[in-house]
Design a protein around this ligand. Structure first.
Ligand code: NDP
Length: 500
């Protein structure tokens, strides 16, 4: 995105876009078997963008059949890893080359600022696929330390047909965290995007084919969770479901697996991240700025959003002052405006849900000290002001439940032990952060926090080489890093007797 691009340029580009709207099965776009479609809404305006094929059981059956046939044919699964690598790198390159189009689709579909779609979502999606492509021809299998009479080869083999069911907050990026490792490992793949944000998933199917991914290996079935999502979860011929979404729906997938073929399930679910700022933090301004971005970025629709600011009492006012200053600059704007830092909530339901939590916070006795209202109503879109509560008690609903909106709860503490206790006191364990200049305190706190990722003196930093995923009801299984390959492969021991 060049600095010269303006709101008007993006509006003109958006007006000229064409939308792919069908399922992609066995290398072709196809309508849903029932012919049904659903309205795909632009959350910045509340208006319909296009009609999207509404996949159901029959569409899932077709996709699974195509994926299974492709897996058994073996063109992809048995291809030399160095050749899969070349094709996946081409796929990543094509995603990069279509950055402008894909970023526009993402922004129109889910309301996030265009500067985030074009500089974060799309490049990181390509980077992720490229990273697994580059990795896959550098991994070795193992030989067990048996005695001299045998050799046991321990191989990692693709599980077969993988289904990914993903949410709407980072539509292409969350999908790429599954696509990269699953395809690199040689699986066939079926992607079910969230019904609020199907456009990039549908569009990249064509790019996958253009890159050379064989027919049936990469399929996309848009549709509702209760229909298409459930059909994948219950399908007898799906070997693995990689899910990202709420803990509530994650539990459905465990049930679907138990009631069908015991397929492998990995769950990346919600969070209620404690961001602990101690009084001896090395840079209070930096910590407060990170705390603000940690909850307002992506309209707060982030699984690891730092929704609980757990701050040592003596520096609370100083921290909040800076959080308000960042909040003032981040007032919601048109997502297509490159100056906008906070866009629209994904849909009306989510906006109302978040406003409901704000009311709940007030009624349970927390002090609303910043924002708290709907914004830009005149646009017809679904915007909420950056919002801060002070004097929150950790047992309050807004401190316990995942709001998935730009709402910060401020809780104070007096000792590091108290901070850890509060930090761990939710059902979630996705991420946590601690700010202190004392290395011993930092390490002891990081070790005591029950979370899959703990940041020290930073917030939401990461790299594709570092694993991401949760403890407790934030799920299990890891995205990113070499560890992500574990959920898309099975271990096979080939025992060879060494007879003379
Ligand atoms: P949901 O759990 O509602 O939906 C996630 C996906 O599951 C969607 O594709 C949805 O389809 C589908 N789904 C919904 N109901 C069912 C069902 N009964 N059976 C099968 N599939 C179903 O989450 P959201 O999309 O609302 O996303 C927000 C959630 O995602 C938050 O809790 C957030 O924390 C979590 N998340 C976790 C991340 C992580 O890495 N840990 C990253 C990003 C988000 P549809 O919507 O089309 O009906």
């Amino acid at each position: 995105m060049s600095a010269a691009l303006s709101l008007e340029t993006f509006q003109a580009q958006a007006a000229g876009l064409t939308y792919r709207s069908q399922a992609f099965i066995n290398g072709k776009y196809v309508p849903s078997a029932s012919g049904k479609t659903f309205d795909n809404i632009n959350p910045a305006t509340g208006k319909v963008l296009n009609q999207v094929a509404s996949g159901d059981k029959e569409d899932v059956d077709r996709a699974v059949k195509a994926a299974r046939a492709a897996f058994e044919k073996g063109t992809w699964a048995n291809m030399a890893p160095s050749d899969r690598k070349k094709i996946l790198i081409r796929f990543a390159d094509l995603i990069d080359q279509h950055n402008s189009e894909l970023a526009l689709l993402e922004t129109l579909d889910m309301g996030k600022p265009i500067r985030d779609s074009s500089k974060i979502d799309i490049p990181l999606s390509a980077q992720c696929i490229r990273w697994y492509a580059e990795a896959i021809d550098k991994l070795y299998d193992e030989i067990a330390p048996t005695g001299p009479e045998a050799i046991s080869l321990i191989r990692r083999e693709p599980v077969g047909v993988v289904a990914a069911v993903v949410p709407w907050n980072f539509p292409l990026l969350m999908a790429s965290w599954k696509i990269g490792p699953a395809l690199a490992a040689g699986n066939s793949f079926i992607l079910k995007p969230a019904e609020q944000s199907p456009l990039t998933a549908i569009r990249i199917a064509e790019l996958a084919a253009e890159a050379g991914i064989p027919e049936g290996v990469f399929n996309v079935v848009p549709g509702y969770g209760e229909t298409a999502g459930q059909a994948l979860g219950r399908h007898m011929d799906v070997d693995c479901v990689a899910f990202t979404g709420s803990a509530e729906v994650g539990k459905f997938f465990l049930r679907y697996a138990g009631e069908s073929n015991m397929k492998r399930v990995s769950l990346e679910c919600g969070g209620k991240t404690p961001n602990i700022i101690m009084a001896d933090c090395p840079d209070v301004d930096a910590a407060a700025t990170a705390a603000a971005w940690g909850i307002f970025f992506n309209q707060g629709e982030v699984c690891n959003a730092g929704s609980r600011l757990i701050v040592e009492e003596s520096i609370k006012d100083q921290v909040l002052e800076k959080v308000f200053a960042v909040g003032k600059k981040l007032q919601p704007g048109d997502p297509l405006d490159p100056k906008t830092g906070m866009g629209a909530m994904v849909d009306k339901t989510q906006m109302e849900r978040v406003l409901g939590y704000i009311e709940k916070g007030k009624s349970e006795g927390a002090s609303l000290v910043f924002g708290g209202k709907r914004a830009r109503d005149e646009t017809g879109g679904y915007y909420i002001e950056p919002t801060v509560f002070d004097r929150v008690e950790n047992k309050m609903t807004i401190a316990q439940e995942e709001i998935f909106g730009p709402v910060l709860s401020t809780i104070t503490f007096k000792t590091p032990e108290e901070a850890v206790k509060i930090g761990n006191d939710t059902i979630y364990g996705l991420a946590a952060a601690v700010w202190t200049r004392d290395i011993t305190k930092a390490f002891k706190t990081a070790r005591a926090l029950r979370a899959g990722v703990v940041w020290v003196n930073c917030f939401d930093n990461g790299h594709i080489s570092s694993p991401f995923g949760g403890f407790k009801q934030s799920g299990f299984g890891r995205d990113k890093s070499i560890h992500a390959l574990e959920k898309f492969t099975d271990l096979k021991a080939i025992w060879i007797a060494l007879r003379d």
